[in-house]
Design a binder for this molecule. Structure first.
Ligand code: SF4
Length: 413
């Protein structure tokens, strides 16, 4: 087994740990933001409703900003205030409410998990992080720890992006913070640090610190409630000269948590030397031809054809304008022909490529895909019958389009 990191990277002094908890919680009590899920977690007497309220918030907050989530969360809890209500919803309704929040499989899995709790666990949400992670689809280590600590008072730590940043700075962790070994050490630290009597508040405080003070660029170290425990801050203050030996790199070249010898501390970066990540793979480039197909509906109002994507993969189950993925580097004429063939299959009508009018290109970045939609339009006269053997499709007005389960990318189109 690899040697454990030197003690200076860990929280090995119990009196320092106590002081850090005290300072952080006092700051949290003074400065925490008012958020709807916090109010519910603090006041809801029913344990399952409390767990559900926290669970929904944690799933929505994955990869998504708090400011964006608030409105979605409020509408969700109004529509489905309990697990039982969510279990009875259709996936279509879930997707409609989720539309625009991104990472759509989150909503789907939340609903699947709600159904499982109702049908297999008698409506009782598991109370520990271990059981939550084991029994609920879509609930990983972080979400399980958050629900168990915030809703049920289990003294278990959590590690998310904010916590990674704070811990790496507190303990000068400069090794690749996305590597499994470093992540494991960060979990160990979070479990050592978590306050035994107020674990939920402590975890939220650590995340809140990362979200509002120890931010990625230009952290507000001067206002930080734990700066006296922060090795990155001390190192920044003292610069390169090492008046405090324990804040320098371990120097032996085999410390699992120090920056690699090839990328030492850069004094121009200060505390933002930490955390460090291996370079991300660039997103994959994809091109998709898409057609806004329009007809005159009742009272001559324009209607548009939307079709449903398959129930697995990217944007599963969402609706979109008829689209076809394109090979890279196709000539424009060839792209049009492919789209025309595709549309012909949908409508059962002959569609000539030259009838497609080029509108423009829309770029949308998914986490791992750089997607370019090449957008065309086509007006149809007369009634069109769609082949029911193909994926579900329907004609919608513009208002209905916006109320449907469509992705942000399609709204841009
Ligand atoms: Fe983050 Fe600065 Fe506080 Fe250290 S002192 S935890 S770097 S905000």
């Amino acid at each position: 087994a690899p040697a454990p990191p030197p003690a200076r990277h860990l929280f090995s002094d119990p009196s320092e740990v106590e002081a850090l908890r005290r300072n952080l919680l006092a700051w949290y009590d003074r400065c925490k933001r008012d958020l709807p899920w916090r109010a519910l977690a603090a006041t809801e007497p029913d344990a399952d409703r409390r767990g559900y309220a926290v669970w929904v918030s944690e799933i929505m907050l994955q990869q998504t900003q708090v400011a964006t989530v608030i409105d979605y969360y409020t509408r969700w809890m109004q529509k489905w205030p309990t697990l039982q209500a969510l279990a009875q919803a259709s996936l279509e309704e879930v997707n409609e409410l989720w539309a625009g929040l991104g990472y759509y499989s989150r909503g789907k899995r939340l609903q699947e998990a709600a159904r499982k709790v109702v049908s297999e666990l008698a409506g009782r949400i598991p109370r520990t992080a271990e059981d939550l992670q084991k029994l609920l689809p879509g609930v990983g280590r972080y979400t399980a720890g958050a629900i168990a600590s915030i809703s049920y008072g289990q003294a278990t730590g959590v590690v998310d992006g904010n916590v990674i940043r704070v811990l790496c700075r507190l303990r000068c962790v400069g090794a690749d913070s996305s590597s499994p070994a470093v992540i494991d050490w960060l979990w160990d630290m979070a479990n050592v640090l978590v306050d035994r009597s107020r674990p939920g508040d402590f975890n939220q405080a650590l995340m809140e610190l990362g979200a509002t003070v120890c931010v990625p660029k230009s952290p507000l170290c001067g206002e930080c409630p734990v700066k006296q425990h922060c090795q990155a801050w001390r190192r920044k203050l003292f610069g390169k000269a090492p008046p405090v030996p324990d804040v320098e790199d371990c120097g032996l070249g085999d410390c699992p948590l120090c920056p690699p010898a090839t990328e030492p501390w850069d004094s121009s970066l200060g505390v933002t030397n930490f955390p460090r990540k291996a370079a991300k793979k660039p997103p994959r480039a994809m091109r998709t031809a898409t057609c806004v197909l329009e007809r005159r509906g009742c009272h001559r109002a324009p209607e548009y054809l939307i079709v449903q994507r398959s129930s697995s993969g990217l944007l599963a189950g969402l609706w979109e304008f008829p689209s076809v993925p394109l090979a890279q580097d196709l000539q424009e004429e060839k792209e049009k022909e492919e789209l025309a063939d595709h549309l012909q299959a949908w409508t059962g009508w002959p569609v000539a490529a030259k009838a497609l009018q080029f509108i423009g290109e829309v770029i949308h970045i998914f986490s791992h895909i750089h997607q370019t939609y090449v957008v065309y339009s086509l007006h149809l006269d007369g009634d069109v019958t769609l082949d029911p053997a193909l994926s579900p499709s329907r004609w919608v007005t513009e208002d209905e389009f916006h109320a449907s389960a469509v992705s942000t990318a399609m709204k841009k189109v």
